[in-house]
Write a protein that binds this ligand. Structure first.
Ligand code: FBP
Length: 275
């Protein structure tokens, strides 16, 4: 018997289709003010409104940020791009061992109130705090489900027994665990090649996988080649912060990334969009 979908199922589907208009997405990550501190931002981008105006204008599909930043900057992004509210975080001011834990940094209800399309939360698979983070994850997921909100998991394997967090076996383990924990979208590390990243996509068993940008690449073309490898491996897009806001021309970087993700351009051609 075919059952009608629930209101929640419909809401989740509608929101996912807004985030990934053609099944793929270029998302701007902007939680670094807490995760790394303001020193991550070059002086011209310390004012959040300046960088957000540039990336919105250049056409990102969504911005992922913490609730307080979404409130401060609402007039810049509202009705111009989609919002993903991240509800976990941590500062690097903590003692080092405790940086393997992300704390609650807002509520799913904050995302609803702010008019977001999705919520996001980090799980450090392999952390000594994995149990705590999983309890947090499932309570976020439960609330999100109630409101018909998709949940993006930043599935980041890190902990004392993980020697190389970019190793394909480790990354695909995290992606599989994210899929099995009910993530609707998975954001994880690039494993170095199309061949290895396709194993990550495969392990995620149909849940869309997006690449996490990582530290600024040596050149824009190096970064665009990573984006290209991810898309050719079956990835569904990217969630990028530093490779956009630390570049002197963030709008150009967004346009170049969009050309690869949405138009399938080769990186050597896409680089010309940077100007
Ligand atoms: P980047 O593209 O700058 O790597 O942003 C992705 C991200 O996950 C951010 O959302 C977050 O602030 C940061 O990376 C976390 O970085 P770290 O690896 O230092 O925990």
């Amino acid at each position: 018997m075919d059952l009608s979908p629930s209101y929640m199922d419909v809401g989740r589907k509608v929101r996912l289709s807004r985030l990934l208009p053609d099944g793929r997405a270029v998302i701007f990550a902007f939680d670094h003010g807490v995760e790394h501190g303001p020193r991550d931002f070059p002086p011209q981008h310390i004012d959040p409104r300046i960088i957000l105006s540039k990336v919105v204008e250049a056409g990102v599909d969504a911005i992922m940020m913490l609730p307080g930043m979404a409130r401060i900057t609402h007039d810049v992004w509202a009705n111009r791009t989609a919002l993903i509210v991240k509800v976990t975080s941590k500062t690097n001011l903590r003692p080092e061992a405790e940086r393997l834990l992300q704390s609650g940094f807002g509520l799913v209800e904050d995302a609803v109130a702010l008019g977001a399309e999705a919520v996001a939360a980090t799980v450090y698979w392999g952390s000594p705090y994995e149990d705590q983070m999983l309890k947090q994850w499932f309570s976020i997921r439960e609330a999100a489900e109630r409101y018909g909100y998709p949940v993006l998991q930043l599935a980041y394997p890190r902990g004392p027994s993980i020697k190389d967090r970019y190793d394909v076996e480790i990354v695909r383990y995290g992606a599989r665990a994210a899929a099995e924990s009910g993530a609707d979208l998975i954001k994880t590390y690039f494993t170095g090649s199309k061949e290895t990243f396709s194993k990550v996509v495969e392990a995620a068993s149909g849940i869309p996988v997006l690449m996490s940008g990582g530290p600024k690449a040596p050149t824009p073309l190096d970064f665009l080649r990573q984006v290209d490898a991810v898309m050719k491996a079956g990835g569904r897009g990217v969630v990028v912060g530093r490779n956009i806001f630390q570049h002197p021309n963030p709008a150009g970087m967004v346009r170049a990334i969009r050309a690869i993700v949405h138009e399938g351009e080769e990186p050597e051609k896409a680089v010309s969009h940077i100007g």
